[in-house]
Design a protein around this ligand. Structure first.
Ligand code: DP6
Length: 330
């Protein structure tokens, strides 16, 4: 009753920020993302009859809040398997955790795949995406590789709220240059932030109303491999989400000075004809999505921006999968 899985973070191009049901973690609108290949979460799960409680180590640390969250997540699988057995979970990331690099997406996707195998449930990818969503909305997308669309669904039980692959990574091998401007854990996590935005931001309803149109535009840009159109809609979705965040009370300001410098750097590159656009999540890192031939130029330019601590170049990667049963990274 053990298995090890690996998953990669995904970056939303059409963003998810707000829920239609908090208990089932149902998004208020759809989203569209790309799964990365250069950052990894590896998770090992072992069910053990002798345990009285789940034993959970994330990046080598035991944290009470995370343990409660993962406990509840494991219960969803235990209910399906009809067992009460507790588990050892060891999970590690080879990138900063909780810093706007989508560690919860890869974390819950890897956990869902590992638990499914350990318990021999053999759930299909859509069921796994739905279960991953219960851990974190963005995790539903990391079950798949390449370009992925998350459906918000309309059913109250959430059975139609799962992700679906849109286009294989190899069919349009874009690159993502990640400019890390801070490794600190963010002050307000996505879950708490979006709940406050939903309650207090005067722009929240207008933001949700923009998503279906943005999704249509992004989906057709992906299908047509239209980089310029995808860039325009992605930057607009990102900035609209950050406008909602800024207008939240109290304000959610996830950017630092270097974040804005990176945006200006991407704009200058665009003006020079470089194939690049930016997107930013609930954190200060800037992700510059670019055409493969332009990745080195974009990375060099972002590395030269004051305040950028590190630049990573990633391709697009596969979805979550079972790997050799070895120790978790970290
Ligand atoms: C800004 O998926 O972390 O990265 O469902 O509450 O766990 P929960 O939120 P989470 O939010 C991601 C927010 C975002 C945008 C996105 O990835 O779509």
């Amino acid at each position: 009753m053990h298995a090890t899985a690996q998953a990669q973070p995904n970056i939303a191009l059409v963003k998810y920020w707000g829920k239609r049901d908090a208990a089932l973690n149902l998004p208020a609108a759809g989203s569209l993302s790309i799964t990365l290949d250069a950052l990894h979460t590896r998770t090992r799960v072992r069910f053990d009859d002798s345990l009285d409680a789940d034993d959970i180590a994330l990046n080598g640390e035991h944290d009470a809040t995370q343990t409660r969250k993962i406990d509840a997540f494991l219960d969803l699988f235990r209910a399906r398997a009809g067992i009460a057995t507790r588990a050892h979970v060891e999970s590690g990331n080879d990138f900063p955790t909780g810093a706007g690099l989508a560690s919860s997406a890869s974390g819950f996707a890897a956990l869902a795949i590992a638990v499914d195998r350990a318990l021999r449930l053999e759930l299909d990818a859509h069921e796994l995406s739905m279960l991953a969503r219960r851990g974190s909305g963005s995790a539903a997308r990391s079950i798949f590789g390449g370009f992925v669309e998350m459906a918000p669904g309309t059913r109250a039980d959430g059975e139609d709220a799962f992700a679906t692959p849109l286009l294989d990574a190899r069919a349009w091998p874009l690159k993502v240059v990640v400019a890390v401007t801070s490794r600190k854990k963010k002050a307000v996590d996505s879950r708490a932030g979006m709940e406050t935005s939903q309650r207090t931001s005067p722009y929240y309803r207008d933001w949700i109303a923009t998503v279906p149109g943005d999704l249509d535009a992004a989906r057709s840009a992906v299908q047509a491999r239209d980089f310029e159109k995808l860039g325009a809609v992605s930057e607009a979705s990102c900035l609209a989400m950050h406008a909602v965040m800024l207008a939240t009370r109290p304000a959610l300001i996830y950017w630092n000075g270097a974040t804005l410098e990176c945006i200006q750097c991407v704009r200058a590159l665009q003006a020079d004809g470089t194939g690049v656009f930016f997107t930013i999540d609930a954190g200060p890192q800037v992700k510059a999505v670019c055409l493969p031939d332009d990745a080195t130029r974009v990375a060099d330019a972002l590395r030269a921006v004051t305040g950028v601590e590190e630049v990573l170049i990633s391709g697009l990667g596969e979805g979550a999968r079972i790997v050799e049963d070895a120790h978790a990274c970290a």
